[in-house]
Design a protein around this ligand. Structure first.
Ligand SMILES: [Ca+2]
Ligand SMILES: [Ca+2]
Length: 328
């Protein structure tokens, strides 16, 4: 048997199925991202002007079609949080993008720490965070690190204890972070992207809302290494079909939860006992590319089973009819 034939025979067992891997960039159009989805499957919409510290660049902004008080009035739902996955320089990355208010566009950096909580259902009970991917963006530069959610329940701000990622085996902690570059970080006014995008201005309030996008990319291999190190699970694999759910918040310090929580108007504070799920901050389970996990519902399984059974009965009847016709 030829080698190629052997390889073809072995392929379905040797290589897990992966989504198409395409090149992505932190400055690509938002239309190439998937919006974050609520557990019901609808777009996660984010209130405006609901952050705590008066720093508009830390205010997530996502608006529903037809929202009044904005110029222009949005004619479609505008996502505040997006995700996609693909290759950057030939290496697999997950890419997060958030629309921030950034009044007057007067910042060239976020001025806050933005943390995305990732929850992997194979490792962590639903509604709880497995690990945080954090970016600290200031005048001094932009840095990335992983953080443990602490040893609490990790289901709400009050049960989360961020420590800068001081766990053994962490590839990037706050003390030894990854310095972000133009290939894995962008803080860009909507109008300045290669494909300029619409800003939505709260007319009647002071200044102009420039709607800047913060976009950052994280290597699959780093998420896998950090998650394995934190959880002790040595078989966890991060790839294009890995299922996960997200939350996100901004904070004035890496270990606080005190500015804006995406997907809810609930005011952020470290002492808040409302769970991430109850406040509507958790997304649905999706792949790295942002598509919902392809688990058939129980009713679908029953329907497929019924269809197969129907097919067997139909085939049996055809054979019976054919046999009857022959003997008639
Ligand atoms: Ca907000
Ligand atoms: Ca919010």
């Amino acid at each position: 048997m030829k080698l190629a034939t052997l390889a073809a025979l072995a392929l379905p067992f040797a290589v897990p199925s992966l989504d198409a891997q395409t090149a992505v960039s932190v400055t690509q159009a938002s239309s190439l991202f998937q919006p974050w989805l609520n557990t019901s499957g609808t777009m996660q919409i984010e209130p405006i002007a609901d952050q705590q510290t008066g720093i508009s660049s830390a205010d997530f902004m996502g608006v529903a079609s037809g929202t009044t008080g904005l110029t222009p009035t949005p004619s479609v739902n505008v996502p505040g949080a997006m995700v996609t996955a693909g290759t950057i320089g030939g290496v697999d990355h997950i890419v997060f993008r958030f629309r921030m208010v950034d009044k007057n566009g007067n910042k060239t950096y976020l001025g806050s720490t933005l943390s995305v909580g990732l929850s992997f259902p194979e490792l962590t009970t639903g509604g709880r965070v497995t690990i945080y991917a954090s970016v600290e963006s200031s005048q001094q530069g932009n840095r990335f690190f992983f953080q443990s959610p602490g040893t609490g329940l990790n289901e709400s701000p009050s049960t989360t204890t961020l420590d800068g990622g001081a766990f053994a085996g962490n590839p990037y902690s706050r003390g030894a972070p990854l310095t972000l570059t133009s290939s894995n970080w962008s803080y860009t006014p909507a109008a300045s992207l290669p494909v300029p995008e619409q800003s939505y201005d709260r007319s009647g309030t002071s200044g102009t809302d420039a709607n800047s996008f913060v976009t950052f990319a994280v290597r699959f291999s780093d998420i896998q290494a950090a998650t394995r190190a934190l959880t002790g699970n040595t078989t966890f694999t991060m790839n294009y079909t890995t299922e996960m759910a997200f939350i996100a918040f901004t904070a004035s310090q890496y270990n606080s939860i005190n500015q804006d929580i995406h997907g809810t108007a609930t005011q952020a504070s470290n002492t808040l006992t409302t769970t991430w799920s109850a406040m509507g901050a958790f997304t649905d389970y999706v792949t790295a590319a942002g598509t919902r996990r392809p688990i058939p519902e129980a009713s679908t399984v029953v329907q497929v089973g019924l269809l197969m059974a129907t097919g067997v009965v139909a085939a049996y009847r055809r054979r019976r009819l054919a046999a009857t016709a022959k003997t008639a």
